[in-house]
Design a protein around this ligand. Structure first.
Ligand SMILES: [Zn+2]
Length: 261
């Protein structure tokens, strides 16, 4: 193992990563990239480690490391060329992306092409939004007095605005905006309750097609009611799961026959 690591290159005892490396999607590709950096010339990104050396440095199996290399190549982070040495053996010459200022194509951050809106409407000073990125303590204190902290905590998902302040990143303390936000929160809470009820109801009803499928499989002699009762006996609080459990039983027919009347 040690010779694997030293045959092609002298390794660094540590690595410094460009911050864009944290956007590499898979753990194995991230490890493999970090491992390559321990071999690479930090000016050119060039290195010649064997697959075994890369895998060992990354703490991965060779097959996994090779897949990770393919992933890194697809992301534009690593390129390589096959090379033949004097003994006719092949090794790869890798070029690893190392410039912290230039993320590889596959890791480029999405570009925001939306137009910047400039409002020329003059608003009274008390309703002017704070400059972006700057907190207006006066407005914040006013809002805290008006609304308390609990509504602010959930505001990002429910940042409703009144008709006078639509699309404002940082709205002023405004009764209309506050009411719109409270209404949005109430409707979101009601929607969450309804969703909970829908899920609970779904656990107590069976898909007729699934019931029919089991019925057909068992010769079509059992009623949907008996099958439903038998599924309920399997799992009273979750009929769809009960039906699956019932269907997997070798004696499903007998279990259902008991509920036939
Ligand atoms: Zn408003």
């Amino acid at each position: 193992m040690v010779s694997d690591l030293t045959t092609y290159a002298r390794r660094l005892p540590f690595v410094r990563l460009p911050v864009w490396a944290f956007r590499i999607p898979s753990h194995t590709a991230f490890r493999t990239y970090a491992a390559l950096l321990t071999f690479a010339n930090l000016n050119t990104g060039a290195c010649w480690p064997s697959h075994a050396a890369i895998a060992s440095a990354a703490g991965l199996g060779e097959k996994t490391a090779r897949r990770a290399l393919d992933e890194l190549r697809a992301l534009g982070i690593v390129t390589w060329k096959r090379q033949h040495d004097a003994n006719g053996q092949t090794s790869n010459r890798y070029t690893v992306a190392i410039d912290p200022e230039t993320p590889p194509a596959g890791l480029a951050e999405p570009v925001d092409n939306s137009p910047v809106t400039v409002s020329l409407t003059v608003t009274p000073r008390s309703e002017r939004p704070s400059p972006v990125g700057q907190v207006d303590r006066r407005n914040e204190n006013q809002e805290n007095k008006n609304q308390g902290n609990e509504t602010r905590a959930s505001a990002p998902a429910l940042d409703a605005r009144c008709s006078r302040h639509p699309g404002l990143a940082d709205p002023p303390a405004c009764r209309g905006c506050r009411d719109a936000r409270i209404a949005a929160e109430a409707s979101a809470a009601a929607e969450a309750e309804a969703e909970k009820a829908r899920r609970a109801a779904a656990l107590l009803t069976l898909d007729p097609a699934a019931v029919e499928a089991l019925s057909v499989r068992l010769g079509g002699v059992y009623s949907a009611e008996a099958i439903t009762d038998a599924a309920r006996a399997e799992m009273p609080g979750n009929l769809p799961l009960g039906l699956r459990m019932l269907a997997s039983r070798a004696d499903a027919a007998d279990a259902i026959a008991r509920w036939e009347r």
